[in-house]
Design a protein around this ligand. Structure first.
Ligand code: BTN
Length: 250
């Protein structure tokens, strides 16, 4: 099982003061053969990337910008498990290190007090030909402190703390990574999906989803074993898969 972390081997951890995107850095390392568990962190990103082509605001002194190289040997159809497992890893870490109660907005945004504090961007690096995900980069951005955010961003983005100078971002990054490694070893048994569902902020609630430029009303009824969101719309029940839509609690 090559995706198990080597027990007594040091993991490469690359830390940049400033970089464009840690996901791009990690992808380049992965292509060059970086081992499972390799991590890239940055104090600041100048071109942080979000899902669906959006950018991710990544100023210094404010957050954790972390990308992890995983070599999970998953079936391509199971790739979404990585994304959902990463959201659960962040929730566990936030719960462990703060007195906040994080919630997940499908598929992989983490919210605290109704505001997004973490975004996750998974990018497949190789394996397309084989129908497997051989290598993936999991990019995790957590807003730790928004005190230096401009007002227009502060009105939409949450953070774990307004002010907490004693809080260790290094430790939070390590705890997130540890949970991610633990989950990635067992994720194909799907047992963590129950925790994912328990942490969901939208299950059982009315939502809207954006598809091909249009908003649709629905109720989120379930997360299936492939990580798909089962919704009830006026036209009937259907399952949304990650990537094609964006969901908003109403
Ligand atoms: C989203 O909310 O749409 C996903 C945001 C993902 C941001 C992280 S920060 C570390 C890594 N590097 C990037 O460029 N993006 C991810």
């Amino acid at each position: 099982r090559p995706w198990l972390l080597p027990k007594y081997q040091q993991l490469p951890i690359i830390i940049h003061k400033r970089t464009g995107s840690t996901n791009d850095d990690a992808k380049a390392l992965a292509v060059a053969g970086a081992v499972h568990g390799t991590m890239v962190l940055a104090e600041e990103q100048t071109a942080g990337k979000g899902r669906l082509g959006r950018s991710f605001y990544s100023p210094k002194n404010s957050g954790i910008y972390l990308s992890v190289v995983l070599r999970p040997e998953l079936l391509f159809t199971d790739a979404v498990l990585i994304t959902t497992a990463a959201a659960v890893a962040v929730c566990r870490a936030v719960e462990e290190m703060t007195d906040q109660t994080p919630e997940i907005k499908w598929v992989n945004d983490v919210f605290v007090d109704g505001r997004k504090v973490c975004g996750i961007l998974c990018e497949a690096v190789s394996g397309f030909e084989s129908g497997r995900v051989e290598c993936v980069v999991v990019g995790i951005g957590i807003n730790v402190s928004a005190s230096e955010f401009p007002e227009e961003i502060r009105s939409v983005a949450g953070s774990l703390f307004e002010e907490n100078p004693g809080f260790s971002r290094n430790r939070l990054a390590a705890v997130v990574a540890n949970h991610l490694f633990t989950l990635s070893e067992t994720m194909t048994d799907r047992s963590f999906l129950d925790e994912y569902r328990r942490r969901s902020m939208i299950l059982g609630k009315p939502i809207r989803f954006l598809e091909k430029g249009e908003w649709h009303d629905a109720v989120a009824v379930a997360v299936d074993d492939s990580g798909g969101l089962v919704v009830e719309t006026a036209a009937g029940r259907r399952t949304l898969s990650s990537g094609e839509v964006s969901v908003r609690a109403v």
